[in-house]
Design a protein around this ligand. Structure first.
Ligand SMILES: [Fe+2]
Length: 219
């Protein structure tokens, strides 16, 4: 029945932002050279790689979480692009609250790292619990990248249900899979479980990931 007061509320949506870095081709080589040097200088990498009790990943190299403190112009360009994209996401989803309270947001990256996957390397399902917004940026994927090769998957955050009717078909998928593309950034809520499909290809798959802190701008 049509009544102008009718309304479909949509509470607690899961938002994943997709952004493309127009500058990617210009900075890719410098970034990869920087990562090669970083790995040479810090061959031990993140301590998780050497923790026999840590089972969160397989066959990869991971930097420390303070990549943003390193000096490199290509790196800082891409981190700026990441921060601006997260800010755009946070502004869009909080628009009514920001306008209602006359506030503006600012985003800081407080953890950032890169991962270089060896052949078949992967990250198992995990989340970045304490952060509003996290992300993955594909630095290098290789021509072999496809749905089941080096993609990122996100798991449905709701309790599993198997209704016997068709009314909730729009909720049917247990996961969404997003293909890796060079220069693409996915921004997602830190609570959302995700992981990567193993990658096999001529070039190593390389990504940057970051956790951000969104604060109110001081007037
Ligand atoms: Fe992650």
């Amino acid at each position: 029945m049509i009544n102008e007061k009718n309304h479909l509320y949509q509470f607690w949506p899961i938002v994943i932002g997709k952004f493309y870095n127009k500058e990617h081709d210009l900075i890719k080589k410098e970034l990869i050279d920087f990562f090669k040097n970083y790995e040479k200088k810090n061959s031990i990498g993140n301590k998780q790689l050497h923790d026999k009790n840590y089972t969160g990943n397989h066959n990869l190299y991971q930097s420390e979480y303070n990549l943003h403190t390193e000096e490199n112009s290509a790196l800082h360009k891409v981190l700026k692009f990441i921060a601006m994209s997260i800010l755009e996401t946070a502004k869009a989803v909080n628009k009514p609250w920001l306008e209602g309270n006359k506030k503006e947001l600012n985003v800081k990256l407080i953890e950032s790292w890169f991962i270089r996957y060896n052949q078949g390397g992967m990250v198992y399902p995990h989340n970045h619990g304490n952060f509003s917004w996290s992300c993955v940026y594909y630095v290098q994927t290789g021509k072999e990248a496809k749905k089941m090769n080096g993609s990122t998957y996100f798991l449905k955050p709701y309790h599993p249900q198997h209704p016997f009717d068709f009314g909730s078909n729009y909720m049917q998928k247990g996961q969404v899979t997003m293909e890796a593309e060079e220069g693409k950034l996915l921004v997602f809520p830190g609570h959302l479980f995700h992981g990567s499909h193993p990658f096999y290809g001529e070039d190593d798959r390389i990504i940057i990931s970051a956790n951000s802190y969104t604060e109110l701008k001081k007037n």
